[in-house]
Design a protein around this ligand. Sequence first.
Ligand SMILES: Nc1ncnc2c1ncn2[C@@H]1O[C@H](COP(=O)(O)OP(=O)(O)O)[C@@H](O)[C@H]1O
Ligand SMILES: [Mg+2]
Length: 264
Amino acid sequence: MSEPVKLSVVQVGKTFKGNDGPVTAIESISLDIPQNQFVSIVGTSGCGKSTLLNMIGGLDEATTGHILIDGEPVRGPGRDRGFVFQSYSLFEWMTVEGNIRFALEKSALSKPEKQELVAHFVNAVGLSGFQNAYPKQLSGGMRQRVAIARALVYQPAILLMDEPFGALDAQTRGMMQELLLTVWENHRVTVLFVTHDVDEAIFLADRVVVLASRPGRVKKDMMIDLARSRTPNVLTDPTFAHYKREILADIREETLKVMSLERI
Ligand SMILES: Nc1ncnc2c1ncn2[C@@H]1O[C@H](COP(=O)(O)OP(=O)(O)O)[C@@H](O)[C@H]1O
Ligand SMILES: [Mg+2]
């Protein structure tokens, strides 16, 4: 059964006013993303991944083209989209629960309803018992779990994740990937996940989009046909290796282009 299109990126381009004249970060990107699809976005540093995510999130405006959610143009940030960034943007003076509840500040839900949602998501990200802890008492992985719960608690249709596990050690990162898949399977949501880790991109996604660099365009758009639910065993599957080889070759080609431009 195919899902309806949730998000359409239509010939979107972005040019920044740089100090030495305009910088075209994205030339033209078009993508149709069905509801509940998990899409990983990879590409060389500076190819426009964060810029694309920020525009979808409504934090930045496209210079050309448009972004549609359920056919409606994006005009700014909204409760239909949740963000998780690499840096742990938690409020240090609020508890785990307080941080998650804060996301519901403007919600019309009653206090008990909010409390129930907060408790549900504390549990969903495996933080039961830590609801009264402060961020400084938590490990990096736990802090990112708070950030995920905070982004999901108002039940957005789209979750935008910009290198969310980039600062974590390999073991924690692996656990977080599995946790994210479990959460995604239980709370269906469309995910755009930016990473420069190709294993992570394939392991998580239904589809991997490789961006070409400077200026950004879609270089490859690849469906990942690996059974779910996935376990780390999939990392040694020959099909996985095949996807990885192709994606790495693309990224390498793009990195070489950038390096020759910059004469590194
Ligand atoms: N606010 C900005 N002003 C000027 N240039 C920017 C700005 N934000 C990003 N850029 C440029 O746009 C390009 C894409 O950046 P970014 O989206 O952050 O790349 P990525 O996330 O793929 O590493 C880079 O060349 C970057 O220097
Ligand atoms: Mg980035």
